[in-house]
Structure formats: C-alpha cells, structure tokens
Design a protein around this ligand. Structure first.
Ligand SMILES: *Cc1c(COP(=O)(O)O)cnc(C)c1O
Length: 369
C-alpha cells in the first residue's frame, strides 16, 4: 500500500494547510437573493485606485511576455518612498510568500522560531515548513489595555540561543492590536542580534501616523519589515508584497525566490497604486469612520469588539458563536470563524462599505430578536 504520508519530509507531515475561510466561490454560486456580503478576508471594500485599471490595461497586449524578473520599476518607486536602497527590497507573490521565505532562509531543524499567541497563522506554517521548532509566547490577557495583543515582554523572555527568527505583526491579524514604534525600538535593542526579527506591517497604511519599523532598519540590521498591496491598496487579487531589510539579508532571500514570482499585472498595478496617495488617504478615512460606526452598532447589539488599528474587527460573540455564524451565512453575510486561532467565541469581520456593514447589522439584529 502506498503511504505517501510517510514519504513527505518530517516538517510537512506535522503541517496543516492554511485555512482560507469559507469557500466563497461556492457561496457566490449559491447566491443569496440580495447578494453576498463578504466580510471574511480583510479586503479593501472601497476597491483600488482608478490609476490601477489604466496600468493593468496598458499590459494587456504583452501577456505573452515574461514579467520583469527584477521588478525594477516598482522597487525604485518603493525605494524612493521608503528612503531605502533598491538592494534593500524584495518583492513577493503577496507578503505570504515573503513570510515563508524568511523561515526557509533563516531557520531549520534544531532552531526555534518565535511568535505570539493569536499571531497571524502564516508564521506557524512558515516555521513548521522550515523544520524549526515553533515557540509561542502567550498573548496579553483579554482585560489588558491591548486585549489579546502581542506581549512584548513575554516574547523577549522566550528568546534564547536557539531562537533564529521572530515574527511580530504590527498591527496584528486577527486581533487588530498594535504596539508603538517606541516599544518596538526598545524591544529590538533588548533582543540579541543573532535573531532575525520580522515585523509584518500588512495593515501599516491604516495607521501610518504611528510610524513604521522601516525607520529602524539602519539601527537594526537583523530587522525585516514586510508589507503588502493586498490590504489598504486594494490589490489582493494580484498578489504583490514586499520586504525591506539589510541588503545582505535581501540578497540571501533572493537566492530562494522563484524568478518570475510577481506577475506583470501585479507589478504595474502596484506601481500605480503606490503613486495614488489620495486614494489611500480616502480609504483610510472612510475605514476609520465606518469602523467606529460599526463597532458602536455592534456594541448596541451586545457584541464587544477589540479596539482595532486595521480594517477589521475581532468581535466577541460568545458561547453561541457557531450558531450566530450559521445564521449570518444564511443571511448572505460571510464572517471569518476564529476556532483555528483558539478564539472560538469570536468572529473576525471586515469593515466594509456602509451598505455592507448595514447588512451585517440588520442580520445580527434579526438574529438577536
Ligand atoms: C493579509 C495579511 C498578510 C498577507 O497578505 P498577502 O496578500 O499575502 O500580501 C500578511 N500578514 C498579515 C498580518 C495579514 O493579515
């Protein structure tokens, strides 16, 4: 008998695939009469910049060609924007790919990879794929000032001689929590230099006023900052992410990069999105307004959510969470269940357009009636 399981490398045998949430294609096909309200993936409900459409259209005659394997134009635009050298930038097929590469390059059997409880699920998968041991520092308690957020002290306590890599999300998904740039600077100064520290800023654009870890790169050559065009820039479909780090770190990661990992449409779209500051500013403002409106409406219905620095809310639904989720789905509203994170009483809900958020509130009002 073929037992293919036994043939996989040990790291893969213990792995569970990333859970992308509900099967949206199937749900769309089943089509709720009023249309589906998709609140499960933290996408930007306001869409991308109009400049992106023009940039994508300008590529359509060249689809038979390979994309620029260096992503030179996008990297130069990013370098100018971030104040780093082109050689300090790596492009990825989404930042998911880059997060995987960090572990692939810097961790292996016998090493430890550290992350926070309730940290983004991809970190655990990346760590396990590399064959390293995953170490999880407990999150802050639910009644802390930053409920369920990263406990930076607890993380530091777990850094040891075997620690090769640490993943910090700022802000974090699924909690929506964030720590300050000063706290991060202090943490990096206390962390031994043999540890590579990845700071995932996928939601940076939603709290850019709080500063970025990019400014700390010069003082901390062991730092990797990752970002994405999937969230505030609204390009989730095109899969473009990037990392900024020391040029030698980037050069090592380049060795494992698939040569054409970012496609032609993605490169053109990301460059166009990056140039449209007004669009990002408008997304940020609309999200902030809708987020407080939605949180207040949820609170009125008896559902508390964590203070969020992102475009989603982690909502405490309670013991009957699974029932509520099923009723939401029946009403054509798709949240993200959190059982996989050990947060079975919570649903993660994207802050969407006013009309979509209204559909959620309507459905929940009916459910609690
Ligand atoms: C969405 C997300 C990402 C990755 O998104 P990509 O689409 O792969 O760029 C990375 N980190 C966090 C915390 C996220 O929520």
């Amino acid at each position: 008998m073929n037992r293919f399981e036994d043939r996989a490398v040990p790291a893969v045998r213990t792995l569970r695939a990333y859970d992308p949430g509900h099967d949206l294609v199937a749900l769309r096909r089943a089509a709720h009469a009023r249309g589906l309200v998709e609140l499960g993936s933290n996408e930007n409900a306001y869409g991308c910049s109009p400049a992106v459409r023009r940039a994508v259209e300008s590529c359509l005659n060249d689809l038979y060609r390979y994309p620029d394997p260096l992503g030179g134009d996008l990297k130069r635009a990013l370098a100018a924007r971030l104040g780093v050298q082109v050689g300090q930038l790596l492009l990825g097929n989404g930042s998911h790919e880059i997060l995987m590469q960090c572990a692939q390059v810097f961790a292996g059997p016998g090493d430890e990879v550290l992350m926070a409880q309730y940290g983004f699920a991809v970190y655990a998968i990346a760590a396990q794929c590399s064959g390293a041991r995953l170490v999880m520092a407990p999150a802050l308690p639910a009644d802390a000032a930053m409920p369920l957020g990263h406990d930076l002290d607890a993380l530091l306590q777990r850094v040891g001689p075997a620690t090769k890599l640490v993943y910090l999300a700022n802000p974090n998904n699924p909690t929506g929590t964030a720590f300050s740039r000063d706290d991060l600077a202090g943490w990096l100064s206390a962390c031994p230099a043999h540890v590579i520290v990845v700071v995932d800023e996928a939601y940076h654009e939603y709290r850019h006023e709080a500063g970025s870890a990019v400014d700390l790169l010069e003082a901390h050559p062991n730092l990797i900052v990752t970002r994405t065009f999937s969230k505030a820039h609204g390009l989730a479909a095109l899969r473009v992410g990037y990392a900024a780090a020391h040029a030698e770190v980037i050069a090592l990661m380049e060795r494992v990069r698939e040569s054409f990992n970012v496609n032609m449409l993605g490169l053109a779209a990301a460059e166009a999105a990056l140039s449209d500051d007004n669009h990002v500013a408008s997304v940020r403002a609309r999200n902030a307004a809708e987020r407080s409106r939605l949180a207040a409406a949820l609170r009125d219905l008896g559902y508390d959510s964590l203070p969020s620095h992102t475009n989603f809310l982690l909502v405490h639904v309670g013991a009957h969470c699974e029932t509520v989720e099923r009723q939401l789905l029946a009403a054509g509203v798709v949240p993200r269940p959190m059982g996989g994170y050990g947060l079975a009483e919570y649903l993660r809900i994207t802050v969407a357009t006013a009309a979509e958020n209204e559909r959620l509130i309507e459905a929940l009002t009916e459910i609690s009636a």
